[in-house]
Design a protein. Sequence first.
Length: 311
Amino acid sequence: MGRFLLAGAALVSVLSAQPSPNATRPFQAQSPSTISASLSADGAETVEIRNVSYELTGGGIPGRPPAERLLLRKTTHSKEVVGDIGVDASVTVDAWRFGDNPAQKPLYSLTATGTEVRTMDSAILVASRGTEEVDWWSVYKLGSGQHLFDTYVPLVSFSIARETVRTRYVGLEVPPDDTPDKRLKQPNVVAVLTYASVDRVIREALVTCDDARQAALLRSFADMTRTVSEEEKPTRAVRISFSQNYPSPPNPVEVRIPVAGDDLDLAHAQLPARVHVERVAAIGTGAITRTSSDLVGYTPWIFEPSKGAFE
């Protein structure tokens, strides 16, 4: 992917590039990066940093004209007390069609709590959202800035075809104890597995456990490490692994969900005892809504420990 990235003074100069359909004249844009340090009355040292960088994407961005590139201005702002845990930080992305003057209104702007944002596959933006003790990421469409989903494990990507690249992304959202989503506050909820393409969420699967105490342990950020990986043999599948942190013994718990066609094959998932996966409809925003077929014999959004996985 042809691109340039200039940090520090974040100076972009375009003087002799091939003109795009939107380019009328050369332009120059400049945004300052700053740092400041101060002392409070109690002697605490506070450092505030603002970094700005520019990036030129490649073409072929989903949802945009094939030859169109985007100029991104990425701004990271952080403020922290030296020696304290955590940081107050945010990231902002402003996007223009390459050739448009960045003094004009951008195609879109997005701002999120976080410490970094990067492009991936000339298709998505991945923002690092963890500002305290828990790492997590948000995934957005590069072409529009629309939010796709969140994940509390590093994003997994793979192609479902060998002849052409058809990239799919997988993430695992683990609801914290203070989640505002009442649907994920049920005591047997463990996590939500997301399977997505570059432009939409294809499937979300809810992982539950009949034992409420085991479910609480599996979603614990302090006591448990979770990983997600893709397997190709004997058949393509997504594996979720849970392992207890030291000093406890690992006591691994694994869930294996086959990928059939272009969807998660939940009916043939390999599950530990009392662990279930439930099919829910994906609406492309990281939210969860049951399909009408899932509601047969079940009360919407009431998860009972005695219930098993959906067929």
